[in-house]
Design a protein around this ligand. Structure first.
Ligand code: FPP
Length: 239
């Protein structure tokens, strides 16, 4: 028998193939949202955080097992120091203000990416948030200082150390090892690319590119995306 393809568990029986379990979102368009209104980019990011909050609060009826959000890529460090500072401060404020909500709403937080390399106070806040939400059942994964090629390289190195380099072992060492197979990637703002996000996990994922700028994204948009997903036929390379 040949190698088992990555994400093969997505094809197994026992689950409704029309229902998305794991959706990931590339939240794009904060800057353009602000520019259109003559506002500073920082306001676009603030509104972006509000869109995140709204979405997490509206998740319950969607029936997802996991939502993964691309909040800060390893390439985002190339932005101006002011903008990076803004994003880090928003993160600090968001964790502080929304952690009680996560705990109350049974959210189980997960961070993917090289998040341990963030500022020590943020790492400490994240560790606390992970501990406080450890018993939750609804997975919210946030990609922080995340780059997919780096994640794959790290996983491949660990697989090599284990003595077996195949798709299964690499999958096992990815940051997402304990998340359900990825069903759908959504990118907002009309850009059509993956920007180093979940490249391995996207092998058989569906993709949806919407024109909505991230600060305008509402739970209704996600519900619509899930409807769209439910109508797609997934063949995983078969007929
Ligand atoms: C893209 O907008 C968005 C980001 C760089 C990061 C996404 C961040 C947030 C939604 C806020 C932070 C989130 C949390 C959870 C604290 P862009 O600036 O690239 O927009 P543009 O392409 O229109 O300039």
């Amino acid at each position: 028998m040949g190698e088992v393809p990555a994400q093969s568990d997505a094809q197994e029986g026992g689950r409704d193939p029309n229902r998305a379990r794991h959706v990931a979102i590339i939240m794009d368009g904060n800057g353009r949202w602000a520019k259109k209104r003559g506002l500073p980019r920082s306001v676009g990011h603030q509104r972006g955080v509000e869109a995140v909050r709204r979405l997490v609060r509206g998740l319950e009826p969607m029936g997802l097992d996991c939502l993964t959000l691309y909040a800060f890529s390893s390439e985002n460090w190339k932005r101006s120091e002011d903008e990076v500072d803004d994003l880090m401060n928003l993160m600090r404020r968001f964790i502080k203000s929304d952690l009680p909500d996560f705990v109350a709403n049974d959210v189980k937080l997960k961070i993917i990416g090289d998040w341990q390399a963030l500022a020590p106070d943020i790492v400490e806040m994240l560790e606390d948030a992970l501990a406080q939400t450890a018993n939750g059942s609804k997975r919210l994964a946030v990609a922080l200082n995340y780059g997919s090629q780096n994640e794959i390289a790290r996983a491949a190195a660990k697989a090599a150390e284990s003595g077996t380099i195949d798709t299964e072992s690499i999958t096992r060492y990815l940051d997402t090892y304990d998340l359900p197979p990825l069903d759908l990637i959504i990118r907002t703002s009309g850009e059509i690319r993956l920007s180093n996000f979940l490249l391995w996990q996207a092998a058989y994922a569906e993709m949806l590119f919407v024109d909505t700028l991230w600060p305008d994204f509402k739970p209704e948009h996600l519900a619509q995306a899930l409807d769209d997903f439910a109508r797609r036929e997934r063949r995983y390379g078969g007929r």
